[in-house]
Ligand binder design. Structure first.
Ligand code: KIV
Ligand code: ZN
Length: 503
């Protein structure tokens, strides 16, 4: 079967979506997970955008070995130089240059004529090719560009050394039929196109990003650009998990395959959600909590008689953990390591130590530790390894007829700090005590709490977004069977990220 390349732009276009920013180590962790998932290309960032973007592209270039690592660049020498400097140490580096080709973008944004755009593409693709053997050229807003002119742009890019041509539906305006027709048109009208990869990059403004991408595959595209959970500018990009599972489940129809290890899909989705604090909607295809749940009696009866009556995929195919009781309070470290390995998690000794300590504390309060509980503990492991501030203990008194008071004890770089405070509610009281003891003016921008599993002893996962007055937002997450504790842990975790980014 023909192999479709998966170009993942979670760390570039995805990270551009509000509330989805990640710090350096989170990006590197996500990149390593994308490598396990089996994506072909990781677009690691836009190196010229900021020193932090440059560093993260560089870090990812060194952290992954099998994937191609790309950096985005405008058709400008400075951008291309920065992109190359950031990716050059990757085993497989790529520079991704782009320039808008629609009349509206050329007139109002670029203020360039068609002839100037054609010349710039030739010059800058050649300049990039002089540095790197793998060059992708994107015609931004391709789907709203004049077709004959677009074909000339791509011909110039090929002549100057581009190895992949990307066709973006930048504003998510096209329909599947139009996108498919555009790919067919380009295949017939661009000289040399048979020697390069044809890529598509669809945005989801009208909810058609995945359908548009699949129509392009049918029309002959060989690379698809997508993000985990479909995050991205505005309504997002085409969702990786939906494209991959559509191509796999309907291989009879599409007749193509990808190199994705589908058992890593759920884990990748959860990791991204855990890092960004952006929840996965319950009805989200493939990775939502309800994606494999059968509620109606008729459906349940059918599935018991023959799973295929209502199931076109198996939840284990995408790596959803099974929620039968897996471990209990008498389970040892060895059993924990084995269980985690069977779930696909390989932890360092230090990580295992930290997860084991939290597992034991949890098993004292919760009889059955399920696959989802273990997964939550693993996803939170980085919060507990050498944090600047660590929650030692807390006491909170709350009620509707007494003042809400808190006592919180933290350890900061080994020093014990404690404080009491009164607040408008129990969390407000606890957060005020922390702000006071650290002498920081932290604002809580948003807060959410979700149960990891069902049942009265379910673990609660709290997510907070904090700001320090500097405009930057930091996501903190915390886990506990006690919702006050998970909230305080989330707050402390957000502060740790804030402190780390300022050092
Ligand atoms: O949406 C878009 O056009 C892009 C390009 C930079 C590829 O993200
Ligand atoms: Zn985009």
């Amino acid at each position: 079967m023909k192999r479709i390349r998966i170009f993942d732009t979670t760390l570039r276009d995805g990270e551009q979506s509000p509330g989805c920013s990640m710090n350096l180590s989170e990006k590197a962790e996500m990149a390593r997970q994308l490598e396990k998932l089996g994506v072909d290309i990781i677009e690691a960032g836009f190196a010229i955008a900021s020193p932090m973007d440059f560093k993260s592209v560089q870090k990812i270039a060194k952290a992954v070995s099998s994937c191609t690592v790309a950096s985005l660049a405008r058709c400008v020498r400075g951008d291309i130089d920065a992109a190359w400097d950031a990716v050059k140490e990757a085993n497989h580096p790529r520079i991704h240059v782009f320039l808008a080709t629609s009349d509206i973008h050329m007139e109002y944004k670029l203020q360039m004529s068609r002839e100037q755009v054609l010349q710039r593409i030739s010059d800058m693709v050649a300049y990039a090719r002089g540095k790197c053997g793998d060059i992708e050229f994107s015609a931004e807003d391709a789907s709203r560009s004049d077709r004959a002119f677009l074909a000339r742009c791509y011909e110039n890019a090929i002549a100057a050394g581009a190895t992949t041509l990307n066709v973006p539906d930048t504003v998510g305006y096209s329909t599947p039929q139009e996108m498919g027709d555009l790919i067919r048109y380009l295949r017939e009208n661009v000289r040399g196109i048979e020697n390069v990869d044809i890529s598509v990059h669809c945005h989801n403004d009208l909810g058609m990003a995945v359908a548009n991408t699949l129509a392009c595959v049918q029309a002959g595209a060989t690379q698809v650009e997508c993000t985990v959970n479909g995050i991205g500018e505005r309504a997002g990009n085409a969702s990786m998990e939906e494209i991959v599972m559509a191509l796999r489940t309907r291989a009879d129809f599409y007749g193509v395959e990808t190199g994705i290890n589908t058992k890593q899909i759920y884990r990748s989705s959860k990791l991204l959600s855990n890092i960004t604090g952006v929840p996965i909607p319950p009805s989200k295809a493939i990775v939502g909590a309800n994606a494999f749940a059968h509620e109606s009696g008729i459906h349940q009866h059918g599935v018991i008689a023959n799973a295929q009556t209502y199931e076109i995929m198996n939840s284990t195919d995408v790596g959803v953990p099974q929620n039968t009781m897996v471990l209990g309070k008498h389970s040892g470290k060895h059993a924990l390591r084995e269980k985690l390995e069977s779930m696909g998690y390989e932890l360092t000794d230090e990580e295992l130590e930290s997860v084991f300590a939290r597992f034991k504390a949890m098993a004292d309060k919760k009889k059955n530790i399920t696959g989802s509980d273990l997964e939550a503990l693993v996803l939170h492991r980085r919060n507990n390894i050498n944090p600047t501030c660590r929650l030692v203990s807390h006491v909170v008194n709350a009620g509707n007829s007494i003042p809400n008071t808190s006592f919180v004890r933290l350890q900061r770089d080994g020093e014990v700090l404690e404080e009491v405070a009164i607040g408008s509610g129990p969390l407000d009281a606890a957060f005020k005590a922390i702000n006071r003891m650290l002498g920081m003016d932290i604002r809580l921008e948003s807060y959410s709490l979700n149960a990891v599993t069902d049942g009265e002893d379910a673990i609660g996962e709290a997510v907070v977004k904090l700001t320090d007055g500097g405009g930057e937002s930091y996501t903190g997450t915390g886990l506990s069977t006690d919702i006050l504790e998970s909230s305080i842990r989330a707050y402390v975790n957000g502060i740790n990220k804030m402190l780390e980014s300022n050092t």
